[in-house]
Design a protein around this ligand. Sequence first.
Ligand code: NZQ
Ligand code: ZN
Length: 391
Amino acid sequence: MENFSFYSPTYFVFGKEAESQTGDMVKRFGGTKVLIHYGGGSVVRSGLLDRVKASLDAAGIAHIELGGVKPNPRSGLVYEGIDLCKKENVDFVLAIGGGSTIDSSKAIAAGVVYDGDFWDFYCGKRIEEALPVGTVLTIAAAGSEGSPDSVITREEDMMKRGASGDAIRPKFSILNPALTQTLPPYQSAAGITDIMAHLYERYLTNTTDVEVTDRLIEALLLTMKHEGPRVIADPDNYEARANIMWAGMMAHNNSCGVGRTQDWNSHNIEHELSALYDCAHGAGLAVTMPAVFKYVMDHNVMRFAQVAVRVWGCSMDFEHPEVTALEGINAFAAFLTSLGMPSNFEELGAKEADIPTLVENLCCGNGRDGSISGFVTLNKDDCARIYQMMV
Ligand code: NZQ
Ligand code: ZN
């Protein structure tokens, strides 16, 4: 295991009606004037926005609103939010929604206290300072409720990039699994896929003897394998929603990733798809992961064979471990398809003719040097071949 430091100070309030504690949580973390940030309207329709505002009012917290965050959140609304917070002397940003709303909130929070362009953080500058952020989560997926990360798309060139820093880890996150019961099945499935991707991206490591994190990841993957089909079959299954919601947080607050190298090639390859086609991030990952895994499998076939046996129930072929490894990848791909996820470019709405653009943006956009690295380093030719495998 490698040396690590781990700092994950988010306060979680989990369970039915937990959103009624939002006002108390903002107060606890020093907020006096809040920007409420939300998406395209699901929180208005469900009545959640009104319930949260009532909780803030009861706690005597002033608030203003900025809605309209799109999935794959854009830079334009971030600039608007930064200006609004400065003008209104906001001292706390409250996200009500999913990863997109949370990430847009984090970007605003970092941008308000920064003199330069907030996009600097999405070009590699670490976020050291930000307004405090809180979240009321409505979809189990991105894990942004417990992560120090934010992913934004710059509108002028549709460049989708991430920024990081402990300063944007949410001070608190309110997780009421019942809020996820209104999700369309496709979004539930995309969320499940993203959670499993966050686990796989950590499982694909070059560090040896990381038994504790391997076993944690396997436990969470087994949970998703059990609970995923249950929420697709019965969207109102509170217990299955609850297990998925906590697994989503555990998958990405890095409890399972400490002390080991991680991959993230699948995420980087996918981000170009959701940037260009505006598809759901999880749906893009469902198409991306099987192709990437097959392409890099030979780098450490036993890693793929291990997860195949321990999670997907495959029998170990000791003479031909590559057979077991491939069986595990195919079982994972079939699982994602069974949830309603796409399995190729056409089902995702992607075009083969765009592969050169995807590769160029991926490997060279925003200052990259012609390759991406993770479990293995992939150059432009590798990435082109991987996209081709998805057609
Ligand atoms: O905008 P509204 O109307 O709220 O509708 C949303 C949106 O259309 C809807 N939705 C959310 N909760 C709902 C609901 N509809 C009905 N009932 C509910 N309870 O679902 C749609 C998707 O929402 P979004 O926030 O985009 O989903 P998700 O949480 O999957 O976030 C995706 C974004 O997070 C980024 C992705 O790249 C993508 O941009 N990621 C962020 C990470 C992080 N910050 O740590 C890591 C991830 O790997 C990921 O890259
Ligand atoms: Zn993800």
